[in-house]
Design a protein around this ligand. Structure first.
Ligand SMILES: [Mg+2]
Length: 270
């Protein structure tokens, strides 16, 4: 079945725009994004990054050569903040990068180390140790705190391209304990962030192309929500061997080596 040319674009950052946590641009990605913007196509970066404030992330991308504004980004952290506000949660345990503690506090949320709280919020903390996980057990098991997972990625690539265990591993362990609160996933692959991103660009699913280096964690949900999908081999996976471990109906519509290989939309008529 031929799909219509996409009118809107949802774009993963790491492995698509930049190679890894060192934020070196993937060859051709800066120019492709410039041409996408010049064509007037609505787009949004959809990020599971939990270690940088949204503004910091945009600054880092712009230092790498991109020309982006804060409105071009929808990240798991800002969506989690919205969720906390909606649920009236004013006290959390933050199991994520220590540098992000102020992000919550500046929004009026008290950050505690354990005990009674509304939620344990799990992000990526390369220095997370077992003692900090132990400390949240009373929150989850005795005080009914929700477990809010900014994402469930099982591993990530660090600045040296080494695979490191991600927050999805720790979330799975805490979820298996069967606490009394809810377990909520905010970022990809939960549909919540995809729906929010579609709303941001104002384009229907069938006319939206989701571009990512992770066909499992990012593109399965996009496809099931009716979006077109493109798998780029410039990040987590250097070949398409991973598809052999997926249901064929979840395979991405396009596979290419990098973002710059994707066709760009025609310029919108004035
Ligand atoms: Mg990625």
């Amino acid at each position: 079945m031929n799909r219509p040319a996409p009118r809107g674009y949802l774009i993963d950052i790491e492995g698509v725009l930049v190679r890894n946590k060192a934020y070196e641009p993937v060859a051709g990605s800066v120019e492709w994004m410039e041409r996408l913007a010049a064509a007037g196509a609505p787009f949004c970066l959809v990020s599971n990054n939990t270690t940088d404030r949204p503004g910091t992330l945009i600054d880092r991308l712009n230092r790498a050569g991109f020309s982006l504004t804060r409105g071009h980004l929808l990240g798991a952290v800002e969506l989690a903040l919205t969720l906390l506000m909606e649920r009236g949660i004013g006290r959390i345990v933050w199991l994520g990068a220590p540098g992000m503690r102020g992000y919550w506090e500046e929004a009026g949320i008290e950050v505690v180390g354990g005990g009674p709280c509304g939620a344990v919020v799990m992000g990526l903390d390369p220095g997370l140790d077992v003692a900090r996980l132990d400390a949240v057990l009373p929150s989850l098991l005795d005080h009914g705190a929700d477990l809010i997972c900014l994402h469930r990625n099982l591993f990530y690539l660090d600045a040296d391209d080494r695979r490191r265990l991600g927050p999805g591993c720790w979330s799975a362990a805490l979820e298996a304990l069967g606490g009394r609160g809810k377990v909520v996933t905010v970022g990809k692959p939960d549909p919540r962030i995809y729906r929010a991103a579609m709303k941001r660009i104002g384009v229907a699913a069938a006319d939206t192309l989701f571009i990512s280096d992770d066909p499992v964690a990012d593109l399965v949900t996009a496809g099931r929500l009716g979006m077109q999908t493109a798998f780029v081999l410039s990040g987590k996976y250097g070949d398409h061997e991973i598809l052999g471990r997926m249901d064929q109906e979840d395979w991405p519509g396009i596979i290419c080596s990098r973002l710059a290989d994707l066709p760009l939309p025609e310029k919108e008529p004035e």
